[in-house]
Design a protein around this ligand. Sequence first.
Ligand code: PAN
Ligand code: ZN
Length: 192
Amino acid sequence: MTAFATPPISPLRISFDPATATIEPTGPILTRRMSDLEGLFADQTEWRRSASGDDPVVYTVTSSPVPELDRELPQSITTILPGDCGGEFHMTKGHQHPDPQGEIYLGLTGVGGLLLFDGERTEWIDMAPGVIGYIPPHWAHRSVNVGDEPYRFLAVYPGRAGHDYQWVLDHGMGARALRSPNGYELAPYESA
Ligand code: PAN
Ligand code: ZN
């Protein structure tokens, strides 16, 4: 995409309510249900049962009106609802940025984890309100709700970074976050 293929947008004032993590005005809003997460949870039998049953919402992504264009700086708020699939906590699909560029997440409500994988090394950052998680270029990233209330975070990322979901299907994320007596534990990745 060439710079300024469309006219740059005007300065924007976005109001933000930290308690509900809502913004106004909004841009696109995405809803990911269990059926949208094919091939991601380790327990495929349980995934199929859930996806073809009540097919719960796993997460939503509300974007600001800033477009995903070169030189722009889009933002979005992700809300991951509490729950698990076969003991594996609700999570985002996870992706690589095909144009390798960094990103920041700011925890807003609830508790979660930022799982990072560069193809060899796996890192986990505990996320909570007020925590900034930094995602360096070349690290695939996935978010997980390890609590019992909605986990919400703000993401800010370069507009031309892009989202490669196939990379995570092909390489995994190095670890899985499973429910344990003490909350969560990280288990070695096994393909779905
Ligand atoms: C985030 C993610 C968002 C949803 O805005 O896109 O949390 O996760 P998936 O895209 O993996 O479904 C981000 O990292 N943007 O670059
Ligand atoms: Zn990203």
